[in-house]
Design a protein around this ligand. Structure first.
Ligand code: SAM
Ligand code: NAG
Length: 274
C-alpha cells in the first residue's frame, strides 16, 4: 500500500489554525450549557473543572473525528499491529482510535487498560471498545495516569506497550508522569507516541506564537498545552534500546501544533557477563 500524498497545508496562513480551533471550541460551550440544562445535570455549573470536562467531551465528539481523519495515515502504521501483550492506553478520550487495536489486526494484544480520568467520556469509550470487538480485552480505568500505581494497582515491569496519542499535551505534570510510566514498562517494552510538541523552530515567529497561543489555549481545550517538549521528556525518562521518533510529515515553521510520531523501546536487561 502506498501512502497518500500529504494534504497538510503549509504557508504562513497556517499560523491562524489555532485561532480557528479556539473559536470552534468556544462555540461548543453553548450546546454544552443547553444540554446540561435540559438534562438537569446542574453540578457542572458549580464546578468549573466539571464544566470543562463536559465541554471538552462535547467538543471532542465533534472535533476528535476531524483530527483523526487528518492524522490517520500517520497513526495507522504506528498503532496497527505494533501493540502487543498488556497495554496501557493513556488518555484515550472517546476511544476514537480503538478500532486500530481490533483483534484481527493485533493478535498479540492480551489486555488493554484505558486510563481516562474524564468520566464524561467513558460511555463513548466503552462503546468504541465494544465496536472494535475488544469487549473482553479493553478495561476502562477511571483515574489519571499519575494514579496508576496507587489507585490503578499497576505493578512496575508488567506492561508491554504504552500508547500515548494526543494526550501528553493535556495531562498535568507531564514530565513527572512520563518518568513514572517508564518503570511500568517491561524491559524491551514499547512506547507508541503521537503527540503535538513544542516547535523545533526556536527563535522563529512560530516559537513566540506558540507561547502567545498557550496563554488562552488551555482554557478552551481542557488543559491542553502547546509548548511541551514531550519528546525530550520521553528521551530523558530512562534508558532506551531503540528510539524511532520523527516529526509529522510536511510540518514546518508555520505549524503551531507540530507533531512527533514513533516508538521508543525500553532497554533490555544486560546479559550476565561470565
Ligand atoms: C486531546 S484529548 C485526546 C483523546 C484521545 N487520545 C484522542 O486522540 O482522541 C486528551 C485526553 O487526555 C486525557 N487526560 C487528561 N488528564 C489525564 C491524566 N492525568 N491521565 C490520563 N489521561 C488524561 C483527557 O481526559 C483527554 O481525554
Ligand atoms: C506549558 O508547558 C510549558 C513547558 O512545560 C510550560 O513552561 C508552560 O508554563 C505551560 N503553559 C501553561 C499555560 O501551563
Amino acid at each position: 500500500m502506498s501512502t497518500p500524498p500529504s494534504t497538510h497545508p503549509t504557508g504562513p496562513l497556517n499560523l491562524l489554525r489555532p485561532l480557528l480551533l479556539i473559536s470552534y471550541s468556544a462555540f461548543y460551550a453553548i450546546p454544552t450549557i443547553i444540554n446540561l440544562l435540559i438534562t438537569f445535570n446542574l453540578n457542572p455549573f458549580f464546578s468549573f473543572e466539571a464544566f470543562k470536562d463536559e465541554w471538552f467531551a462535547r467538543f471532542w465528539a465533534f472535533f476528535g473525528p476531524k483530527s483523526r481523519e487528518n492524522a490517520e495515515p500517520k497513526v495507522m502504521p504506528l498503532l496497527q499491529n505494533n501493540a502487543r501483550g498488556v497495554c496501557l492506553d493513556i488518555g484515550p478520550g472517546s476511544g476514537q482510535w480503538l478500532y486500530m487495536f481490533a483483534k484481527a489486526k493485533n493478535p498479540d494484544i492480551t489486555k488493554i487498560y484505558g486510563v481516562e480520568p474524564n468520566f464524561a467520556l467513558h460511555g463513548a469509550l466503552r462503546e468504541n471498545a465494544e465496536k472494535a470487538g475488544l469487549g473482553g480485552v479493553y478495561e476502562v480505568i477511571g483515574c489519571g495516569a499519575e494514579e496508576l500505581s496507587t489507585k490503578g494497582g499497576v505493578q512496575p515491569g508488567t506492561i508491554d506497550t504504552i500508547v500515548t496519542v494526543q494526550c501528553l499535551c493535556s495531562i498535568p505534570t507531564p514530565q513527572k508522569i512520563i518518568k513514572e510510566l517508564y518503570p511500568l514498562l517491561k524491559p524491551g517494552g514499547r512506547w507508541l507516541v503521537y503527540e503535538h510538541v513544542k516547535t523545533k523552530y526556536q527563535g522563529d515567529f512560530v516559537d513566540y506564537w506558540q507561547k502567545i497561543i498557550d496563554y488562552v489555549w488551555p482554557h478552551f481545550f481542557n488543559g491542553c498545552n502547546v509548548t511541551r517538549p514531550s519528546d525530550e521528556w520521553l528521551l530523558q525518562a530512562g534508558e532506551w534500546e531503540e528510539v524511532n521518533l520523527r516529526p509529522g510529515d510536511g510540518e514546518g515553521p508555520y505549524d503551531t501544533l507540530p507533531h512527533i510520531i514513533g516508538t521508543l523501546t525500553k532497554k533490555q536487561f544486560e546479559p550476565l557477563q561470565q
